[in-house]
Write a protein of this length. Structure first.
Length: 282
């Protein structure tokens, strides 16, 4: 439990989900203690209380429990709450209204308005973003992480049958599965996701060698930071740094991650991110 008057946070997640990893990176960097509930990805009984059936879900208690959905909404709302003392968390969350939309495949999904905005007054905005371009840049790259970078993960970690099996071995080991359930998830899931990754490659117009898209993306990110900044946020990470780091971190221990470290310029920035988050956690 946090001291009286502070947030009590419970994160419902799959450990290997890039969107969940983004939220953990944010909470860890800001030194916010939280309880983790690992959700069984097949039965999802842990989130039966929620009509929203995706993860991450963050339940925040600042006097009364409040459910926050969507990784970018969670990050923007909690960051706003940490900076601004004017509004309750409930009021801040109301600034990110869910809107039902239909995808190209005819599936109903929820989108959230304003999810890359921090809801700050003029004085607070000036303190956090001394120059307007800083805010625009952060929002642009947070959106890029959600709209592009995250879609490169599955095609890369399930690129070959061998990589798909290694990825599912990791997912089952780190996730919440029963023994029999884990066995079937590992082998059947690996086969299924190998073929799904091919569909994703086509849907997102990726190159035949999907590694090249991953390499180009992370080098584009490094180039945007430039040679004269430690992070996109300057001397300390901003929300874009945390989002990109959170997405890439789910590949750790897999062949795609090792290849990325060898064939791109991401390693120095990535190591700085690891160090600064470990320091914040300590």
């Amino acid at each position: 439990q946090l001291p009286a008057g502070r947030l009590q946070l419970t994160l419902y997640q799959y450990k290997t989900c890039p969107f969940c990893s983004k939220v953990r990176a944010f909470l860890d960097y800001h030194g916010l203690p939280y309880e983790i509930v690992e959700v069984n990805p097949i039965m999802r009984k842990e989130i039966k209380f929620s009509s929203y059936r995706k993860v991450p879900i963050l339940v925040a208690n600042a006097g009364s429990p409040l459910q926050l959905n969507d990784s970018s909404v969670i990050i923007s709302a909690i960051k706003t709450y940490l900076i601004s003392k004017r509004n309750s968390l409930e009021e801040i969350v109301s600034f990110y209204p869910p809107m039902k939309t239909v995808t190209e495949q005819g599936k109903e999904v929820f989108e959230y308005g304003n999810k890359y905005w921090l809801m700050l007054d003029e004085k607070e905005t000036k303190r956090v973003y001394p120059v307007k371009e800083v805010r625009v840049e952060e929002m642009k790259w947070r959106k890029w992480a959600d709209d592009w970078l995250v879609h490169l993960i599955s095609p890369n970690v399930y690129r070959t049958p061998r990589e798909a099996l290694a990825s599912f071995d990791y997912i089952v080991r780190e996730g919440k599965f029963g023994t029999v359930e884990g066995f079937f998830a590992k082998y059947m899931g690996a086969v299924a996701m190998f073929f799904v990754s091919k569909r994703l490659k086509k849907r997102h117009h990726l190159q035949d060698n999907v590694r090249e898209d991953l390499y180009e993306a992370v080098n584009e990110w490094v180039k945007a930071i430039g040679k004269h900044r430690l992070f996109m946020g300057g001397n300390q990470p901003n929300l874009a740094d945390l989002a990109v780091y959170g997405v890439l971190r789910v590949m750790e221990g897999l062949e795609a991650f090792d290849d990325m470290m060898v064939h791109t310029k991401i390693q120095p920035w990535y190591q700085r991110m690891e160090e600064v988050i470990q320091k914040a956690e300590a």
